[in-house]
Design a protein around this ligand. Sequence first.
Ligand SMILES: Cc1ncc(COP(=O)(O)O)c(C=O)c1O
Length: 439
Amino acid sequence: MSVDKNNAREQILEKQRKHLWPNHILYYSDPLPLERGEDMYVWDVEGKKYLDFFAGILTTSVGHNNPTVKKHINDQVDKLLHTSTLYPNETHVALAEQMAEITPEGLDTFYFGATGTDADETAVVMAQVKTGNTEVIALRHGYSGKSQMAMSLTGQSAWRMGPVHIGYIRHAMTPYCYRCPLKMTYPSCGVACVEDVKDVIETMTSGRIAAFIAEPIQGVGGFITLPPEWLQAAVEIAREYEGLVIIDEVQTGFGRTGEHWWGHEHAGISPDIVTMAKGIANGMPLSAVATTQEVAGSAVGKGLTISTFGGNPVSCAAAIGTLSEMKSKWGPDHSSEMGAILRTGLETLQDKYPVIGDVRGRGLMQGVELVSDRTGKEPTSLAANAMLNSTREIGLLIGKGGLYGNVLRIAPPLTANEAHIEEALEKLDYAFAQVQELI
Ligand SMILES: Cc1ncc(COP(=O)(O)O)c(C=O)c1O
């Protein structure tokens, strides 16, 4: 049953309250039901237009309702909706072949699932199977999803519902340079905190780990950007203790961070397994685990794997359309170019508004950490919430995150051009002027 157009908003919210779990977090104290989208813009049910600088959590990578993606989806819908992984199908294997053209060298074999949670969990199991070890090193402030293992991998209390913790997962310090866990200053610190990875392995595990897992930029954690030399050193430590290196590119993948297809390439490291989801199929549910033939092959004979929805042909068709758009128009170079303009604009706002403590990120993934005073760096979630409300009022959607809920996450579809960025910066300027008054 559709809703009555006259008071669609109230009806949707009423049904949401009545029939959807109340622990679904909703943005805004007065939630925002959306109705349609086109490229960089979405419209709410009352017809108000918004410039989308959060892309459905970095997911509508090539723009809302992208015509090429839609055509791939529609053509597939006309042919076949579902197979399960029991039956090979052309779209599934075609996507794998096309993905292998952009995944890091050697990582040319794939498992396709439906969510990022599924991908991270599968990656860890593969590392356990391959190494014969069990323990896993994850990072504080990281986020991996909503299954029990993924919540255990996650390094933020707010996202670990219930008494969750799988004991074989341990968390090392993250190089959160703006709030250095060692109270040192980057780069003169020489990334000293990486030694914690070693300490955690030596003091909290058997000394033989299955995997080390990290996001090159911690997304939900507030766009904490791992210094390349930290990641290089952490990878060396993990390998010293037998661990495979899993890089979670769920937010950072597909050129978002600019210059490269994958966020970890800024550090020049070679992971054993890469997980991806979100932007892969422009919003259709799909995730992937990419690894080597050797790692994938190690699971043969150790147990069976099946996925009902994994590699769903419609989602795979959407991913093929998305990839073709990225490869031809909206690749890493475009993200670098647009990201540089966005970054300069945000730094200009930082000069103007003391509430902005830090601006960080890469490409079209920029975080703005808000503080009530720059010296004490007291986090202010109040300012972040006020920024979300204020930007929404004037037709701009942005995200937030971070352990303290005080980091604005700015990550538009990769189709953003200069005019979109200018429009977003003007709106942010207006909102910051209002919010600075509150602090
Ligand atoms: C880095 C990262 N990994 C994994 C996940 C889990 O993905 P999903 O919500 O699709 O299960 C997320 C979701 O935000 C994420 O940001």
